[in-house]
Design a protein around this ligand. Structure first.
Ligand code: SAH
Ligand code: SF4
Length: 378
């Protein structure tokens, strides 16, 4: 907030500043350091976005804030509610870039799926986000702002102690969170601060495609649950599905899981496994999966592949998914199948960033196939 000659500096975004940076900002405004605590309370416990509301702050401090700072939320390009209650937002950030966020209500919880990047630098062959060319990291404020926007929509300010609808956060939207580590870490540390949004670390899960060198740090510094997008049981198949595997092969990935901080204190790692017809869904692979995870406290999540326009893959048959899950159960793993949610609004895993063209195009292809298969009329 320092003055440059002749120009008033742009107001500074306060959301996403770590506590010590907020203190420094308060000191720059010639206010005593302890005022940062009050400001923090308004920002993260009360969810205030207008300085005028912050009644415990002096009038002069509020005026200085209004002049030099802003508190914002991501803009919303569109917001849809699915027939199953799932909500999807297309967010629009200040520079016009967009990313998606999804809220999934269930009986005993409500999970917010948060994006970490616009697009993704990685190119997993089964993921729609991976085909998007435009990529940038979201700032800490943009990651945190998603959670705060969801709280605005759900009417959950001040931070409720009990009876929250938004109970869980998963970093499973667009992007690879461990390739935007610093910003994601800053955002999640603020989200778990007990004087603010007060999410328990146990209710936050970060999903990675396997950025091995960052996993240890993530566990030590952020301390959230880890989900690993495994999807294959041999390097050859995984190289095709998750090309990052060429850099960090299965052996290294599983070793990083074995040593993930806290993993032996009842904090199990979730292994995500997307079920793709004829690619990774044989019973032999179910057995190999159990074998690979033998010495890792693990949960397995089977995700039916969600198709998108132009993909070469198809979802495994229901019988194949059930047989895979049953075999894992025989081997001692409960492997629930994740029911796709919000499919009607393209909010399911891997569908993010798809648009209404999708339905039309797949519909056309289906009709073409049906026509080709129909006997020629005379
Ligand atoms: N980049 C991180 C987090 C975002 S992806 C990661 O890859 O883990 C969130 C989850 O959705 C991952 O498990 C990913 O593998 C899965 N996913 C991506 N595309 C999918 C699709 N088309 N169908 C089903 N799941 C998909
Ligand atoms: Fe990126 Fe995850 Fe999609 Fe892979 S699955 S392209 S890492 S978002």
């Amino acid at each position: 907030m320092s003055e440059e000659s002749g120009h008033a500096p742009a107001p500074r975004e306060l959301i996403g500043l770590p506590y010590d940076a907020l203190e420094a900002a308060v000191i720059e405004l010639d206010e005593p350091k302890f005022r940062a605590k009050q400001l923090w309370h308004w920002l993260y416990h009360r969810g205030a976005t207008d300085f005028a509301e912050m009644s415990s702050l002096s009038k002069t401090f509020r005026e200085k804030l209004a002049q030099h700072a802003v508190v914002s939320r991501p803009g919303v390009s569109s917001h849809h509610v699915s027939t199953d209650g799932t909500q999807k937002w297309l967010l629009r950030f200040a520079d016009g870039n967009e990313a998606e966020m999804v809220f999934i209500p269930e009986e005993d919880r409500g999970t917010l799926c948060v994006s970490s990047q616009v697009g993704c630098t990685l190119t997993c062959s089964f993921c729609h986000t991976g085909t998007q060319r435009l990529v940038r990291n979201l700032s800490a404020g943009e990651v945190l702002g998603q959670i705060m926007l969801a709280r605005d929509t759900l009417g959950e300010w001040p931070s409720p102690k009990e009876g929250r609808r938004l109970t869980n956060i998963v970093m499973m939207g667009m992007g690879e969170p461990l390739y935007n580590y610093d910003n994601v870490a800053t955002a999640l540390k603020i989200a778990t601060d007990s004087h603010g949004l007060a999410f328990s670390r146990r209710r936050i899960t970060l999903s990675t495609s396997g950025v091995v060198p960052m996993m240890q740090r993530c566990g030590e510094e952020i301390g959230v649950n880890l989900a690993v997008s495994l999807h294959a049981t041999d390097d050859e198949t995984r190289n095709e599905l998750v090309p990052l595997n060429k850099k960090y092969p299965l052996k290294d990935l599983l070793e990083a899981c074995r040593t993930y901080p806290g993993v032996h204190n009842a904090r199990r790692i979730t292994f995500e496994y997307v079920m793709i017809d004829g690619v990774n869904d044989s019973l032999e692979e179910a057995e190999r999966l159990a074998e690979l995870l033998r010495d890792i406290p693990a949960k397995i999540n089977l995700i039916p592949f969600n198709p998108w326009p132009g993909t070469k893959y198809e979802c495994s048959s229901w019988e194949a998914i059930e047989a895979f899950s049953d075999r894992l159960a025989e081997l001692g793993y409960s492997a629930p199948v994740r029911t796709p949610r919000g499919r009607d609004i393209n909010a399911a895993c891997g569908q993010l960033k798809s648009d209404s063209q999708k339905k039309r195009r797949s519909q056309i292809l289906k009709e073409q196939r049906e026509q080709a298969a129909a006997p020629a009329s005379t």
